[in-house]
Design a protein around this ligand. Structure first.
Ligand SMILES: [Fe+2]
Ligand SMILES: [Fe+2]
Length: 271
């Protein structure tokens, strides 16, 4: 076996390459590029489903803001604080844009509906995101990196969207989120690179344990959210469980710098 001396940087190109490889293996019928431009929601039912889908998106972003704002002060790491302050600003702006678009479509201010959904994230995750750095890292992995498989599927198979939201997503959200994913990778690598070999084994075990707890806690939410996404924007979800599970393996393998074959058997989204 040849030792791997340098690893590729975690970039959006690498993400695309990994995801397309997974598609070839598990869902070759899903297109590599969008075949059909989405159209706006039309009927009252479509508008209501789309509203619920957008509320879920705003809640995801506002939850990130609340978690990062609570924990930023507990890290004595100015580099990490600067990253988190950007994440708070960006994801807050994403949530606010989504709120305003949902309001334009429905005619009502959704802020209370959004906060109700944010509370559900707190309820199912418990104190995991703010318990310690391991729990917070697991939270970042789940909310910024593991969801990427779903984002790829959305961007290729969705049939309904709001043009203004699509424009904001392309111009602002996509580049911001790439920075967030890179920021999480950077923070972890600074921590990991400083550790001795023995400490590394320990760190890997701690991260896997917290990430697995996050997966178990998040499973019912993810399955519900995927069904909502299918109903509201028409994405294909039949292959999402296998794509999600294998994408998460790829992320952890990169993160922990161990081959997939050496990862323990992980909790599945279907468990
Ligand atoms: Fe965001
Ligand atoms: Fe983000």
């Amino acid at each position: 076996m040849t030792a791997i001396l340098t690893r590729p940087a975690w970039t959006t190109d690498l993400e695309l390459e990994i995801f397309d490889k997974l598609l070839d293996n598990y869902a070759p019928h899903i297109p590599k590029k969008r075949l059909q431009e989405p159209r706006p929601p039309e009927t009252d039912e479509e508008k209501e489903n789309f509203y619920r889908f957008r509320i879920a998106g705003a809640a995801h972003d506002l939850f990130i803001v609340q978690v990062c704002a609570k924990i930023i002060d507990s890290f004595a790491d100015p580099e990490l604080q600067l990253f988190l302050s950007r994440q708070i600003g960006d994801d807050g702006a994403h949530a606010q844009n989504t709120r305003l678009r949902a309001q334009a479509i429905s005619g009502r201010d959704p802020i209370e509906d959004i906060q109700k959904q944010v509370q559900k994230h707190w309820d199912y995750l418990g104190d995991l995101p703010i318990r310690n750095w391991q729990g917070f890292l697991a939270f970042e992995l789940h909310y910024e990196l593991h969801i990427v498989a779903l984002l790829f599927i959305n961007s290729r198979t969705s049939k309904i969207n709001d043009p203004d939201s699509a424009k904001f997503a392309a111009e602002r959200i996509l580049p911001d989120e790439a920075v967030h994913r890179l920021g999480v990778v950077d923070w972890w690598q600074r921590k990991f690179d400083r550790a001795s070999s023995a400490e590394k084994e320990d760190l890997i075990a701690q991260v896997i344990e917290a990430d697995e707890e996050g997966q178990r806690r998040r499973n019912p939410y993810l399955r519900d959210h995927w069904h909502l996404s299918q109903k509201a924007i028409g994405i294909e979800i039949d292959n999402l469980p296998v794509l999600y599970d294998t994408w998460r393996q790829e992320v952890l393998s990169y993160f922990l710098d161990i081959p997939i074959s050496r990862l323990p058997k992980l909790v599945s989204v279907n468990d």
